[in-house]
Design a protein around this ligand. Structure first.
Ligand SMILES: [Zn+2]
Length: 337
């Protein structure tokens, strides 16, 4: 079988004709394999969804119990026969439950990595390199200029600011799935043992992570009805990016607005969002991780999806490695409110 017969880019996502399934479809389909529960990869309305237990749980939390007609949980490494193909899920290191999906036909294995990163993250299983003929990589930060700093150093910058401005409430924008929990763990690891206050929109997923054994420490509600604004002076309050456009922010004592995202490396984006303290914490590969992963896996061909495809395809060409962009649409840069 030719690779292009095993997985085909379609407007609704990658489609596998012999297995009759889509990977991360952006429209409702009969059978979907879902890499992770970020909203641009995991939508409601599919006839059936195959994903890891954690991804299914998080989809149910965010979309409601009836998010699909039927669900099946895949454990990492388990080989599952789907018509003429065999599929297996492998850790992607992106967020809790995130998986790469390997699709096999006799003599051919394609790995769709989904969103992934190589930087250690104690809130999810580490990326597992899976030997393959075709590697499908994202390219969110697919430009040589993107080189993410040590995430612990970024967490220390937040604590340093807190020590420097003890009267100011440090309001930190974080996406609800993955970034919030990872930043909390990072702060714990660099020595912040005190409370970290949560906007209500972050509560359920933080509770879910904690129930899965990821120790996040004391996370009281940042409800202002219960306290006065000055009670949050010198405290860390986490909220989803959407909350920062609301009057919510103005209720806090002399707020210092921070934002944790890989995009904070781009100063213009930080300024645009009115971010005083940009924290560069990414759940995607930077350029060295993307190119290092391709070199390590050494696939015979690379397919590049959402992000900055062209630079990575060109890099592959300069390495004499066949590569092509898939031009899949519907996946965001790093969107997940
Ligand atoms: Zn994602």
């Amino acid at each position: 079988m030719r690779p292009a017969d095993l997985l085909i880019p379609r407007p609704e996502g990658l489609y596998c004709p012999p297995g009759d399934f889509h990977i991360d479809p952006t429209r409702a389909v009969a059978r979907a394999l879902v890499t992770h529960a970020h909203s641009d990869h995991a939508i409601p309305g599919h006839g059936a969804v195959l994903a890891t237990r954690e991804t299914l749980d998080i989809m149910a939390i965010r979309l409601g119990e009836g998010f699909a007609g039927a669900t099946q949980a895949a454990t990492f490494g388990e080989r599952i026969a789907l018509d003429g193909t065999t599929v297996s899920f492998h850790p992607a290191g992106h967020v809790l439950g995130s998986a790469q999906i390997a699709v096999e036909a006799p003599g051919l294995r394609i790995v769709a990595a989904g969103d992934y990163k190589r930087t250690p993250d104690p809130t999810c299983a580490a990326f597992e390199p899976v030997p393959c003929d075709i590697f499908i990589t994202e390219a969110t930060f697919g430009l040589p200029v993107f080189c993410h700093p040590d995430p612990k150093a970024e967490a220390r910058r937040l604590l340093h600011s807190l020590a420097q401005f003890p009267e100011r409430t440090h309001l930190v924008g974080v996406y609800a799935l993955g970034k919030a929990q990872r930043l909390i763990r990072l702060l714990r690891e660099v020595g912040h043992a005190g409370p970290i206050f949560l906007h209500g929109a972050l509560r359920r997923l933080c509770d879910y992570y904690a129930a899965q054994g990821i120790d996040l420490g004391d996370l009281p509600d940042a409800t202002l009805e219960r306290g006065r604004a000055r009670d949050f002076a010198g405290q860390i309050v986490l909220g989803p990016p959407s909350a920062f456009a609301a009057p919510w922010v103005r209720r806090f004592a002399d707020p210092l607005v921070a934002f944790a995202s890989g995009w904070m490396q781009v100063r213009a984006r930080a300024r645009q969002r009115g971010v005083e303290l940009p924290l560069v914490v990414s759940d995607h590969c930077d350029w060295p991780e993307l190119t290092g992963t391709i070199a390590e896996l050494d696939p015979s061909e690379v397919w590049v999806t959402h992000g900055r495809e062209e630079a990575l395809v060109r890099w592959c060409a300069l390495q004499d490695r066949p590569a092509r962009p898939l031009h899949l649409v519907g996946y965001e840069d790093e969107a997940d409110d």
